[in-house]
Design a protein around this ligand. Structure first.
Ligand code: G3H
Ligand code: 13P
Ligand code: ZN
Length: 349
């Protein structure tokens, strides 16, 4: 265990120290994720690689999303990565989210499940954010230096790996830039990952997994009208050849489920032209070196579709449980479908 120097006086006492014995300038001790019942992504990815399936990285910001993810994954006996973005940290508070993840582990047990659960920082952009997540109980972090020059990306990623690995926390790095909104920067065209850079990046940084850019993008508008929604499997396979059995990650992998888009548009929304990654391409990717597939937008769409429909049809309704409850049910259905029919992680807990 690695404690901050000024905390070592508390070491010989019980952990965590009682409020009375705590050094007065310290609010709380660094948290080892295993004490929260979380796991890192090491074994998950090894099994996913061998079994030719992918682990979902589902983002959450609130209680209903988290309940839905856990319920669906327990019911499908599926390992899962719970993702917290920088936006989620701002919205819901990192410490609260961490405790919610701890609660989620307990909830999964109460539901009768014994599923591996990782807590992951999505798109960390500084060493400090990654360190703070390691110190507060995350079992995995992403350091996204994809917008930096190669050398700077390597240096930043290496620094995070050096710290995280002292705590057995997994690290995801990224090479190549997705089109859409990434790191608060809107890019028109994607910069696909250059296969000739991946070996050096992985070797020099020591990362545990690598996010790549092969045509996916964040958000609900992944392919313009008239453009064939086709991922660059040629790049993926070239990367796989250069890094055999190394875990690859796909961001921006929502399918932008057409039924939700239609429901939203029918009830006052306007998401005309929204399109995502076809499910058959995700299935094909999951059978390759892709071990982690990130899904956020589809969850947002499911919730928004249900809430819009219910509120439009029930103008006198004002109890959030009456529309968030059904939204949560829809989210459970969607996640079960993804686990069973798209990612293949169902039954792999
Ligand atoms: O990759 C981006 C995720 O969808 C998180 O988005 O920063 O709006 O929470 P957010
Ligand atoms: P989507 O916007 O396609 O759901 O991607 C989410 C993501 O990559 C989170 O990191
Ligand atoms: Zn992402």
């Amino acid at each position: 265990m690695h404690f901050n120097k000024r905390l070592t006086s508390a070491r010989n006492n019980t952990y965590p120290p009682s409020r009375k014995n705590r050094p007065s300038n310290v609010v709380c001790m660094p948290t080892e994720y295993s004490s929260l019942g979380l796991v890192n992504t090491g074994e998950m990815f090894q099994k996913a690689m061998k079994g030719k399936y992918a682990i979902p990285g589902y983002n959450f910001n609130n209680m209903e999303q988290l309940q839905a993810i856990i319920t669906a994954c327990v019911e499908t006996e599926a390992p899962v990565i719970l993702q917290v973005s920088r936006g989620a940290r701002k919205y819901a508070n990192q410490i609260l989210l961490r405790y919610m993840a701890e609660g989620a582990v307990e909830m999964s047990k109460e539901l009768g499940g014994d599923i591996p659960i990782a807590l992951h920082l999505d798109h960390g952009d500084t060493y400090e954010i990654c360190k703070s997540c390691v110190d507060t109980g995350f079992s995995s972090v992403m350091i996204d230096g994809s917008h930096l020059p190669f050398k700077d990306n390597v240096a930043l990623t290496r620094k995070v790996v050096d710290y995280a690995h002292q705590h057995q926390v997994s690290v995801e790095g990224e090479l190549g830039v997705l089109a859409g909104i990434e790191d608060d920067v809107q890019t028109e065209a994607p910069h696909y990952t250059k296969p000739e850079e991946v070996e050096q990046f992985v070797y020099e940084t020591g990362v545990d997994s690598l996010a790549i850019s092969i045509g996916t993008s964040h958000g609900a508008y992944k392919f313009p009208p008239g453009v064939d929604p086709q991922l660059r499997f040629d790049i993926l396979y070239e990367i796989e050849k250069r890094l055999p059995t190394f875990p690859i990650v796909l961001h921006g992998a929502s399918s932008v489920i057409p039924e939700y888009v239609e429901t939203i548009n029918r009830h006052g929304g306007n998401l005309v032209g929204a399109r995502g990654v076809p499910e058959d391409q995700l299935r094909k990717a999951a059978a390759s070196a892709v071990c982690k597939i990130n899904i956020d937008s589809d969850g947002r769409l499911a919730v928004t579709a249900v809430v819009r429909k219910i509120l439009a049809e029930n103008p006198r309704m004002f109890d959030p449980r009456k529309y968030l409850g059904p939204a949560r049910e829809e989210l459970i259905k969607m996640i079960k479908h993804k686990n069973i029919n798209v990612l293949g992680n169902a039954g792999k807990a």
